[in-house]
Design a protein around this ligand. Structure first.
Ligand SMILES: Cc1cc2nc3c(=O)[nH]c(=O)nc-3n(C[C@H](O)[C@H](O)[C@H](O)COP(=O)(O)OP(=O)(O)OC[C@H]3O[C@@H](n4cnc5c(N)ncnc54)[C@H](O)[C@@H]3O)c2cc1C
Length: 375
């Protein structure tokens, strides 16, 4: 083991790429290690591509702060770098009076988080979206959509321009604390290879709990165990995309945002994601769950969409800290010095709104890195 890096980032999803674009500075040796053949093959390319506004999350939580800051930074980044986006706005709609009470609470939470929102009269709702049905609704003008692939390419380009080395087909299989940093063992066909790094950043997404454990963290005690939830999407055909002008969401039940209207940058319409717990990775969409789709509140809000318009499409798997039916858990982003692991930064449970938060998380982590390297 003779090679020594300053900063090593594990995982080239949107979070690892965003961090790599921020922490690379002149004279720093930065490595981004990715087990797959290329970047962004897991959560970061299998999501709703929504630029969230910051409505849902507990006040003063990292999720609320990172999402709100990320929302502004992301629009700026898209504008400056020619990344396709649309600030199309979204409407959250209640389809009955019980939901209307929850909608009111959500509106107050969003306002409390500093998000610009507008409660709509039924007339305004009808003017904005003549094809939705509901008893109450509010508008979030700062919600939008982004081309997530183009966003990742932008972070990748910036990281490379700043001198970061991106290494694919390289899986981290061992981490040992040594004097002045970490010895990182990687599986790099045809064999294994070890090197030393001063700072190690764990952005391993679905596997970030396992990587934390590899580094010596007791993940049961730290409460870092991840639970995988698969979210399935259905494409909507029949020209229904022309009947809807913005993203439409139901009132959430528990921590799930609920099956909602998604548009990609070409205004292709999908509904999803319908989430359920899984133990293994398979992105096949199980058509037997179509019934649950048809019973979801969004179908009541959108009578223009008929069951025959829906076809199984894609899915994504989310790395969640809460178990099913557990309540809110915040992002974990921390320097692990108090666990006897100085120089190790953990990012665990970076689920939605992780895509939106990526530029803000990168700034936050960059401050932690500067503190470590300048101490
Ligand atoms: C269905 C779904 C819908 C979502 N919708 C939205 C949305 O609309 N808006 C929003 O803001 N967010 C959304 N999200 C959340 C967002 O996609 C994630 O927060 C974000 O992509 C997380 O990025 P990441 O880089 O942490 O993880 P990932 O994209 O999963 O990347 C982690 C990377 O680490 C690599 N890796 C893992 N272990 C190792 C190892 N040992 N060695 C080397 N590499 C390793 C993996 O191969 C992977 O490439 C959604 C997520 C899902 C699943």
């Amino acid at each position: 083991m003779s090679y020594r890096a300053d900063i090593t980032i594990i995982g080239a999803g949107v979070i690892g790429l965003a961090i790599a674009s921020q922490v690379t500075k002149e004279g720093r040796e930065v490595y981004l290690l990715e087990k797959n053949e290329t970047f962004g093959q897991e959560q970061s390319s299998r999501n709703s591509e929504v630029i969230h506004a910051g409505i849902y999350y507990e006040r003063d939580s990292l999720k609320a702060k990172m999402c709100l800051e990320g929302n502004g930074l992301l629009y700026e980044l898209c504008e400056k770098n020619g990344i396709a986006y649309q600030k199309c706005g979204k409407i959250i709609v209640a389809t009955n009076h019980v939901e209307a009470e929850e909608l009111e609470k959500l509106y107050r939470r969003g306002k409390g988080n500093g998000v610009q929102l507008k409660m709509l009269s039924l007339r305004e709702m009808d003017q904005l979206e003549p094809n939705i049905r509901g008893v109450a609704a509010f508008l979030s003008p700062s919600t939008g959509i982004v081309d997530s692939y183009a966003l990742m390419r932008c972070f990748l380009g910036k990281a490379r321009d700043n001198g970061a080395q991106i290494v694919y087909k390289t899986k981290v299989i061992g981490i040992e604390k040594v004097l002045g940093g970490y010895e990182v063992r990687v599986e790099e066909p045809p064999g294994d290879f070890s090197f030393m790094t001063r700072v190690l950043i764990n952005c391993a997404g679905l596997y970030s709990d396992k990587v934390a454990e590899m580094a010596g963290i007791n993940i049961d005690e730290a409460n870092y165990n991840l639970h995988w939830r698969k979210g399935e999407y259905y494409s909507v055909s029949g020209g229904k995309n022309k009947l809807i002008n913005r993203l439409i969401y139901p009132v959430p039940v528990g921590i799930n945002l609920g099956v909602h209207v998604c548009f990609d940058i070409n205004w292709r319409l999908r509904l999803g994601p319908l989430f359920y717990h899984v133990n293994e990775i398979s992105y096949k969409v199980d058509d037997s769950r179509k019934k649950a789709f048809l019973e979801s509140s969004i179908m009541e809000a959108l009578p223009c969409i008929k069951p025959s318009d829906l076809d199984p499409e894609t899915s994504g798997i989310m790395a969640m800290l809460p178990r099913e039916r557990e309540s809110f858990r915040d992002f974990i982003i921390r320097h692990e010095y108090d666990r006897g692991l100085p120089g190790l930064i953990s990012l665990v449970g970076i689920e939605s709104p992780g895509l939106t938060s990526s530029p803000a998380i990168a700034r936050y982590v960059s401050h932690l890195v500067n503190e470590i390297l300048e101490s």
